[in-house]
Ligand binder design. Structure first.
Ligand code: ATP
Ligand code: MG
Length: 644
């Protein structure tokens, strides 16, 4: 496909320019200890300093940063801002219903609430090292509870509020959480989510849970288990607003978080306190070109790593003003994001390709009827962004004034790993660009040989970074096997990537999803992006299917934009687009129309399920508990039969 370059934006004084990026990157590689020591001193307040900056071994999967140093993460996010930023807004909360009032929480108030919440949890018996499961909607109390755990030294495990009782129970049991924090209900897109009822069902199967702390979000009647259930607001009222932050080792776990489950059963990823905080603060500052007066909005849910790192820990440790949104992009209508941007004068906006594609399908008018002049930087994360969607984000949303920052990273990496930096490099739509400071990615072939220059293969990371995960909870062996045994001496990402002549990285999709047509490797992302180029296509997902001659054929699922109808003619047109953009080899053998695609609850396409449908193996779909909407699968199976 033809590659475009959008030149970086001079005429604005970005924090990092091209020369600074190169110098800084070089230094960060040449003397990594010095680089990460300087960052740690600048960005984090420590109680005790380290004896060694980094100590790790990718052969055994042992990762340690800032050895013997101590700190408290909540103190870093709150107490240390009180001198200069007590009255600065920490959280702007925008409710699902635009007619409900916005909540504004300043740093002093957030500090007070977190101390009270820590007192409440402590009174309920939570101690350092205990696990606390948080199953809340997108309300400020989610951040308060996370920070309260951090203050005590308890390990939080946040479970996205959209998960079912079974999924919640599975995560509680895996982490053996002692306390469950939930709400009476959640509210998304005008619909109530019965969180407490779900929690009650889950707790039938969770022997470790001693108390359930319930935040009041709505007015629904709920079931109440005497002796176990406790109202949050009642406890908060009488709790002390003093709670001394517990001194934690840099390597003490801060939280457990389960991955999205795109490729299988979710893994309980364990993150550290010290290194994680340094890494999220550092990436937040540089990737979003942070300024003190920014209003920063990340649309992810706190139940995902993006919410942990870039709603809570990165921004709050930096003293930023964060917008937290309870709702969805299309409620009350597809203008909602941009109305919120205008209402709060949002300057930095971070979202996912799935949201962008959904909004494109609704038409430009929903965007162009708003102002958006406050926007300065646009970011994306979660999946490869199709160049077509990138262009729309850049031109329609950002009016060609704002750089679009494509950030590649994983739950496992804790923070952004490969990304463009605003103003510091040219942008290529669809490319995650260049490594962040301190990171050395490499591309290896299937035998593990490191490929030089322009290359296409498996993406690995050759050295550690402070935000790297430390283990899979309760299964360190699986951790070592999964990430460090495939290409010994390297961390294996599970993703495929291509590096172009300028050293830019292009994520081609999951390695497991790579399609092998007559011996040629074809990445899913490239074919999907070609299909999305056509104006009729809102979204496409491509998988391999058994093919007698070619070994594997290409099976494409296509969702059309509003106002387009499926037809044989359109199929031919789409095949033509792929032929022209990539070549005959990549032309789909089958195009199936799809009303919707199966996605994880964080909005990622689950290709492993699509692969099963394509191969008619619908009896063995595997773990589907992380699907956002399981009826999508049934509809696809029916549609497949009808289309034949
Ligand atoms: P599981 O590991 O359970 O299958 P998951 O990989 O979807 O789930 P996450 O950690 O949320 O869980 O997602 C990380 C993955 O998302 C990356 O490995 C990559 O495949 C994809 N990804 C994230 N950001 C980008 C991006 N900017 N460009 C391309 N791919 C991305
Ligand atoms: Mg993954």
């Amino acid at each position: 496909m033809e590659e475009k370059t959008v030149y970086n934006m001079p005429g604005y004084s970005w924090n990092i320019n091209e020369k600074k990026y190169q110098d800084f990157y070089r230094q960060s590689i040449k003397d990594s200890d010095l680089f990460w020591e300087t960052q740690a001193k600048q960005l984090v307040q420590w109680k005790k300093s380290w004896t060694k900056v980094q100590n790790w071994d990718f052969y055994t999967g042992t990762i340690r940063w800032y050895e013997e140093a101590t700190l408290n993460v909540s103190e870093n996010c709150l107490d240390r801002h009180l001198q200069k930023r007590a009255d600065k807004i920490a959280i702007i909360w925008e409710p699902d219903n635009p007619d409900e009032p916005t909540r504004i929480i300043r740093y002093a108030e957030l500090h007070r609430q977190v101390c009270k919440c820590a007192s409440v949890l402590s009174d309920l018996g939570v101690r350092k090292g205990d696990r606390v499961c948080i199953y809340l909607p997108m309300i400020p109390e989610a951040a308060v509870c996370m920070l309260a755990c951090a203050r005590i030294g308890a390990i939080h495990s946040v479970v996205f509020g959209g998960f079912s009782p079974e999924s919640l129970a599975g995560r509680i049991n895996d982490s053996k959480s002692k306390i469950l924090i939930t709400a009476d209900q959640g509210l998304r897109g005008g619909r109530y989510i019965p969180l407490k009822a779900n929690a009650d069902k889950a707790c039938h199967q969770t022997p470790s849970i001693e108390k359930v702390l319930v935040v009041q979000r709505g007015k629904q009647d709920i079931n109440w288990v005497a002796g176990r259930d406790v109202w949050y607001h009642e406890q908060m009222e009488k709790a002390s607003d003093m709670y001394d932050a517990v001194e934690m080792d840099a390597e003490d776990p801060l939280f457990i978080l389960y991955t999205s489950g795109s490729t299988g059963k979710p893994k309980g990823i364990v993150h550290s306190s010290g290194g994680y905080l340094v890494y999220t603060a550092c990436t937040f500052k540089y990737v979003f070109d942070y300024r003190e007066d920014d209003v920063y909005w990340c649309t992810a849910d706190v139940g995902w790593i993006t919410g942990h790192s870039y709603i809570v820990y990165g921004p709050l440790s930096t003293g930023a003003t964060v917008l937290m949104f309870e709702g969805v992009p299309t409620y009350p209508d597809a203008s909602r994001f941009w109305h919120v941007v205008d209402k709060h004068r949002v300057s930095v906006f971070y979202t996912a390709p799935t949201a962008i594609r959904a909004l494109i399908a609704r038409g430009n008018e929903f965007v162009t009827c708003t102002d958006r002049s406050s926007l300065r930087v646009l970011g994306t994360v979660g999946e490869p962004i199709n160049p077509e969607a990138w262009e729309w984000y850049y031109r329609i949303v950002g009016k060609q004034r704002c750089p679009v920052i494509d950030t590649w990273w994983q739950t496992e990496t804790g923070g952004i790993m490969i990304t463009s930096l605003p103003g510091a490099m040219n942008m290529k739509p669809g490319s995650a660009s260049l490594p962040f400071f301190g990171n050395v990615p490499a591309i290896v072939d299937d035998k593990g040989n490191v490929l030089q220059g322009e290359a296409n293969g498996n993406l690995v990371l050759t050295r550690s970074w402070p935000g790297q995960m430390r283990s899979i909870y309760g299964d360190h062996e699986r951790y070592v096997k999964m990430y460090f045994s495939t290409y010994p001496g390297n961390y294996f990402t599970g993703d495929g990537a291509r590096r172009d002549k300028d050293g830019f990285y292009w994520i081609t999709g999951r390695v497991d999803d790579v399609i092998n047509v007559s011996g040629h490797r074809i990445g899913t992302a490239e074919v999907e992006s070609a299909l999305v180029l056509h104006e009729s296509v809102a979204e496409a997902a491509v998988v391999g299917c058994p093919h007698e001659i070619k070994g594997q054929g290409i099976y494409a699922y296509v969702t059309l934009c509003d106002g387009y109808e499926p037809s044989d003619e359109l199929q031919q047109t789409l095949r033509g687009v792929v032929r022209k953009e990539i070549g005959g080899l990549a032309v789909p053998d089958v195009i199936q129309w799809a009303n919707a695609l199966p996605k994880t609850r964080s909005g990622k396409i689950m290709r492993r399920i699509l692969r099963k449908i394509a191969a008619n193996e619908v009896e063995s779909l595997g773990d589907i508990s992380t699907l956002a909407d399981s009826t999508v699968v049934e509809k696809l199976i029916i549609q497949k039969k009808q289309q034949k």
